[in-house]
Design a protein around this ligand. Structure first.
Ligand code: NAD
Ligand code: UD1
Length: 338
């Protein structure tokens, strides 16, 4: 199959390209490199020994996207491209709505025009807001507390309306929990620009000595050690979920929704301890007030994906920490500044 991967130079996209190429798919990456480096494409080719087509293009450039889609005769699109920083979305909401929503609308029109009606969309567990109970199933009520989350929710609704209007569309909405880790080769991984907002990249930069100490946002939550609990999932497990869901949407039409998580939560302190085991050093941390907007705990019920896709996450917390550390050690400054 020929798969267009928007945002394929980014963190989850690059890992998914590896899994697609390994399984014999042809891959066409479309990315404007606004939050990634072209070097990730070279690394994916190095890992797999296969090449991909790469177009540096912006989803906001409707003509460019139409041309790419009409020329490349793809079978499906996996749509990762989007802006994803929650804090930034609160200060730049219009940029987020324009990039994520208009970009998706342009992509969908280009797909419709080219007759490509199969799409896998990167949604997020953020669409569950602050869940009343755990674990979270796909039927839980949906809400958004920030513009980033609202773009995910709105795109889910757009895709549902599109499917209702034309059942020839085959659509998968994938709600990721907390992707972490890196490819086992250490050649590709997460490369946030500036100071990381997310926990694991932050810990990793403390471990390598680029940052002083981790700030633990609150130890007064109603959790066993008082710190927040999340369902951290290895990015390679997540990437494999995409190849399974592609098979599903090729074999049966419809709109499907899956949680991609492990089904198990770990606390912030457990993650710091896991990283200490991986790097063999002490990770200094301090307890600071809660981060506004954070929830106490969040983990998935991933049983629908297991039952319908035959997919489940197999990598452990120690695998996630080991692979993050391997990537960080080999690429202390990420891709761009080597
Ligand atoms: P990322 O920033 O590493 O990758 C996104 C890619 O999209 C980047 O390479 C960026 O350059 C590209 N891009 C952004 N806007 C574009 C545009 N207008 N045109 C073309 N390319 C554009 O992020 P990621 O962590 O790989 O996330 C991928 C997707 O998964 C995003 O949609 C994100 O919202 C979603 N998601 C991520 C997480 C996470 O924790 N990483 C969790 C849940 C959902
Ligand atoms: C965040 C986003 C979420 C997005 C997800 C993946 C917020 C409020 N939520 O989720 O919408 O889908 O990233 O991109 O930004 N923590 C610390 N110190 C740190 C960083 C984090 O203690 O320096 C804690 C947090 O309080 C939380 C846990 O670590 O308990 C995980 O945080 P993070 O990695 O930012 O992910 P989420 O907040 O779950």
């Amino acid at each position: 199959m020929k798969i267009v991967v928007t945002g394929g130079a980014g963190y989850i996209g690059s890992h998914t390209c590896v899994e697609l190429l390994t399984r014999g798919h042809e891959v066409v990456v479309v990315d404007n490199l606004s939050n990634s480096a072209k070097e990730s494409i070279n690394r994916v080719e190095k890992i797999t020994g296969k090449s991909m087509d790469f177009f540096k293009a912006d989803l906001l450039d409707k003509n460019a996207i139409c041309q790419i889609l009409s020329r490349c005769r793809a079978d499906a699109v996996i749509h990762f491209a989007g802006l994803k920083a929650v804090g930034e979305s609160m200060t730049m909401p219009l940029t987020y709505f324009h990039n994520n929503i208009t970009g998706t609308l342009n992509l969908l029109s280009a797909m419709a025009r080219a007759g490509v009606k199969k799409m896998v969309f990167s949604s997020s567990a953020t669409v569950y807001g602050d869940p009343a109970t755990l674990p979270i199933t796909e039927n839980f009520p949906l809400s958004a507390t920030n513009p980033y989350g609202r773009t995910k929710l709105m795109i889910e609704q757009i895709l549902q309306d599109l499917f209702r209007s034309d059942p020839q569309w085959h659509i998968a909405l994938l709600r990721y929990f907390n992707p972490v880790g890196a490819h086992a080769s250490g050649l590709i991984g997460e490369d946030p620009r500036g100071t990381p907002n997310n926990l694991v990249p932050y810990i990793s930069r403390v471990a390598i000595g680029l940052l002083d100490r981790v700030q633990v946002f609150g130890n007064d939550y109603d959790t066993p050690d008082g710190t927040g609990i999340r369902d951290f999932i290895h990015v390679t497990d997540l990437a494999c979920g995409h190849t399974r869901v592609l098979s599903k949407i090729f074999s049966s039409p419809g709109l499907v929704i899956y949680n991609l998580g492990t089904g198990r939560g770990f606390s912030v302190l457990e993650m710091i301890q896991g990283f200490e085991r991986a790097c063999g050093c002490t990770i200094p941390y301090e307890i600071v007030p809660r981060r506004p907007g954070d929830i106490a705990a969040c983990w998935a019920d991933p049983s629908r994906a297991k039952k319908e896709l035959g997919w489940e996450a197999v990598r452990t917390l120690d695998d996630m920490c080991r692979d993050t550390w391997n990537w960080q050690k080999k690429n202390p400054h990420g891709y761009a500044r080597l």
